[in-house]
Design a protein around this ligand. Structure first.
Ligand code: C2E
Ligand code: CA
Ligand code: CA
Length: 764
């Protein structure tokens, strides 16, 4: 055949392919197949992100370790000594332990020898990495900073590993050595395994040259193999390093697969997610045949016209379909996203509803989702979102529509509804779906859901009106912890503007020093003397006057302002306590949020150092709403070791009081006002107070009864054996100046009592 003929044939074939593909596109191609493609593409994208992040965090650790090499050590001889030192070993061990995907970290000098390692067992012989590809690449290529090495299996442990190495340069920019992390590839395979939702799905992490780094399922035969042989069109697509969808007979099972490729953003590697075409096409024979035909024609075209660049056609079309899908769906849950939701809401509002039928718009918001992220990590947060999405979807009819419209927000269009009651039923059902805790990161997480509902056409005719109504109802539901769901009604007051104003005012209040601490004395019953004072914050608002803490602390916690405000409270209270008699203590309330926003240990230490207050004079109060995580417990123990006391505040008001007491050796229990108030009337309250005091005695903790307002309560508490009392009967909280006068008065009174006694004695 002449070259000319081949070329003409190719063009015809390519044209036929384009035509066929276009035809395919027109006839409902955006149905099941497009969805499957979208799923593969979004999964590849999502896994790309997770894998890339996992590698980036390893690299960050390497950068951090390299950054600790002192300038003076940046010449060859001293580098060896630095790397071998005990201090460096500690750094390497710490760094290797900081990430679960890292097995070990080694420092390698310019000659390729390992001179420092996190490995606890020192090697008897020197180890040289001179013949590894990563050392080779980094020592010879001046522009290269980072390199992925060869994957291999460690015989002894069966573990599959991959070196990730970074170059270290001396002060002049010359090659000084490398720092190598050994990554556990099983870490990635375990991540991928969680996503194997259909039978034929396969996920591969490949290096850009086609070498397989990790693969799920059945990873055993995959490692070190090449995903595609070099110099095939497919291989060239990988090399092009941009997201693509392709079809190929796969090395995995020699079956034809639809494969979504996505390169990692920062590394010469990528993710391939594939399913067999047979599985995708089950029940879609006609399309299957058509696609196969087009693919066949196109493959010929690709094979023969690579010079014409027509190879792009197929991937281009597939990509267009998946891009449309991607821009309208949420990757994590596969649900429609906000964009598609708005389109759908418009469509639903425009569709003339049959007489008597309308639809309902439910806006859903997870309660305190930020806490879940903060307490359990973002991957647990993602898992929770996926579980919630699945549970919600299960409660809907086919005709309803659900979308994820924000981080922790979902929207449901319930259509049609015959009565308002139907919408009520669904809201209740959606909430009931969250009764069972979610399991994320192998832990149970309680997830609450607030729902705001608007019905059409009564609450709004346009999508905008409806959204506003549902949103107002949602906000009302959120601000009322008991309600859970709310239907829109025009009387709901939208207090958000007020709240935003409060947030703004709080911010400037801190800058303008509008906060003030009040001090409330605490009386020791045995000694009949003031034991110390609790610091209670107030906001002296320029126009609204004194604002009590319960009105602004929650907002300060939500906005994070509690961080700086809390630091100020610590410093101010400690320095005020320094003006009192050295026998007096000061108690300061800590918010749980402070522990997330701040290094509380450092803040406390700073406040003590700045004021000169001895640690034994400081008591920190925390409540049961405070999650005693391992980290928080460690901080509290370190504070105790300094000499600071820790008190459990508002005891008895939480759900887990008893178990809470067991989890940390508190120095003191503060019995909540509600029990004290009930003591004189209710035998139950009296019993609870007595039991708490004797429990505290057994645990060698002291007790403070709060909110003591009458002599009767005081006597009852004396009888019950409380160590200390606090309340209006003794004194109300007062300003710094007032408390100084109060304490001085007490001192004078004691003094004159003593003088009297001495006087009596000398007279006697
Ligand atoms: P709390 O730690 O339980 O503080 C005791 C509260 O009881 C104070 O209210 C105090 O004024 C009040 N009180 C004291 N004696 C009596 C009494 O005899 N009868 C009655 N009815 N109440 C009494 P306050 O100052 O409004 O503080 C309320 C809550 O705000 C505190 O409860 C605490 O949880 C929080 N808070 C106060 N100051 C701070 C602070 O500096 N930081 C943090 N994180 N929270 C604070
Ligand atoms: Ca308190
Ligand atoms: Ca309290």
């Amino acid at each position: 055949m002449s070259a000319y003929l081949i070329l003409s044939l190719s063009i015809v074939a390519a044209a036929a392919a384009v035509f066929g593909a276009a035809l395919l596109f027109m006839r409902g191609y955006s149905g099941d197949l497009a969805r499957a493609e979208g799923d593969l593409t979004s999964l590849a994208l999502a896994l790309q992100e997770r894998t890339d992040e996992a590698l980036q965090s390893v690299e960050a650790v390497l950068r951090d370790v390299a950054g600790r090499i002192p300038q003076t050590c940046l010449n060859a001889n001293e580098f060896d000594a630095f790397a071998a030192s005990q201090a460096t070993k500690a750094v390497l061990v710490g760094a290797a332990h900081s990430l679960s995907q890292v097995v070990r970290i080694d420092l390698v000098n310019a000659r390729g020898r390992i001179v420092g390692t996190s490995n606890p067992h020192p090697a008897p012989e020197p180890i040289y990495l001179t013949d590894t590809s990563h050392y080779g690449a980094l020592s010879t290529d001046a522009s290269l900073i980072m390199s992925l090495g060869e994957p291999r299996r460690v015989q002894a442990t069966g573990r599959k590993i991959l070196p990730l190495a970074r170059k270290i340069k001396d002060t002049e920019g010359n090659f000084l050595g490398i720092i190598v992390s050994t990554i556990d590839l099983g870490h990635f395979e375990r991540i991928y395994e969680d996503h194997l939702k259909t039978r034929s799905l396969a996920i591969t992490l490949y290096r850009r040259d086609g070498v397989i780094l990790a693969h799920s399922p059945n990873a055993e035969r995959a490692i070190g193999r090449r995903i595609w042989t070099p110099n095939t069109p497919l291989q060239r697509m990988i090399a092009r390093h941009s997201p693509t969808l392709i079809r190929d007979v796969s090395w995995i099972d020699r079956k034809e697969r639809l494969i979504a490729l996505h390169p990692l953003a920062h590394y010469p590697a990528g993710i391939a997610v594939s399913r067999t075409v047979a599985e995708l096409m089950a029940g879609r024979r006609l399309e299957a045949r058509l696609i196969r035909l087009v693919a066949y024609i196109m493959d010929i075209a690709i094979g023969t016209t690579s010079l014409l660049g027509l190879r792009h056609v197929k991937t281009g079309i597939l990509r267009a379909a998946s891009e449309r899908y991607l821009s309208r769906h949420d990757i994590l849950t596969k649900l429609p996203n906000r964009l598609l939701f708005i389109e759908e809401l418009k469509r639903t509002s425009l569709t003339p509803q049959r007489s008597g039928t309308g639809f309902a718009l439910h806006l859903l918001d997870l309660d305190r989702f930020k806490d879940i992220n903060d307490n359990h990590g973002h991957s647990a947060g993602d898992e929770v979102i996926q579980i919630v999405a699945r549970r919600l979807r299960e409660r809907l009819r086919k005709s309803d529509f659900i979308a994820r419209i924000g981080g922790d927000e979902f929207a449901v269009i319930q259509r049609p509804i015959g009565s308002r009651q139907q919408a009520v039923d669904l809201a209740i059902a959606l909430q009931a779906a969250m009764k069972v805790p979610c399991t994320a990161n192998n832990r149970e997480v309680e997830v609450g859901l607030s729902i705001g509902v608007a019905t059409a056409p009564s609450d709004g005719k346009t999508p905008t009106e409806l959204m506003r109504a549902a949103d107002t109802a949602l906000y009302a539901a959120k601000s009322d912890p008991d309600s859970g769901y709310r239907f829109y009604d025009p009387n709901i007051k939208d207090t958000r503007a007020e709240r935003r104003a409060l947030e703004g005012a709080l911010k400037s209040a801190h800058d303008n020093r509008e906060f003030e601490l009040f001090y409330q004395p605490i009386l020791d019953l045995a000694a009949n003397q003031i034991w110390g004072c609790e610091a209670l914050v107030r906001w002296k608002h320029p126009t609204k006057g004194m604002i009590p803490p319960l009105e602004f602390i929650p907002t300060a916690e939500e906005t994070g302002l509690i961080g700086p405000i809390g630091d100020w409270i610590l410093e101010e209270a400690c320095s005020t306590a320094m003006t009192w008699d050295p026998s007096l203590k000061v108690a300061i309330n800590l918010s749980p949020v402070q522990f997330k926003r701040r290094d509380v240990f450092a803040s406390v230490k700073k406040a003590l150092a700045a004021s000169g207050l001895p640690a034994r004079r400081l008591v920190l109060e925390i409540t049961e709403s405070f999650k005693l995580t391992e980290e928080a417990t460690t901080t509290l123990k370190r504070l105790k070791a300094l000499g600071v006391s820790i008190a459990l505040d508002d005891f008895g008001t939480g759900y887990a009081s008893m178990s809470y007491l067991r989890s940390f050796p508190f120095d003191k229990i503060k019995i909540d006002q509600s029990f004290v108030r009930g003591m004189t009337g209710s035998p139950d309250s009296r019993a609870i107070v007595k039991a708490t005091i004797s429990l505290a005695n057994d645990l060698k903790m002291s007790t403070t009864a709060e909110g003591v307002e009458t002599e009767e309560q005081l006597n009852a508490l004396r009888l019950a054996g409380a160590s200390q009392v606090q309340g209006y009967l003794i004194a109300e909280p007062m300003s710094r100046e007032a408390i100084a006068a109060f304490l001085a008065e007490g001192r004078r009174a004691r003094q004159s009592e003593q003088d009297d006694m001495l006087g009596t004695r000398s007279r006697a």
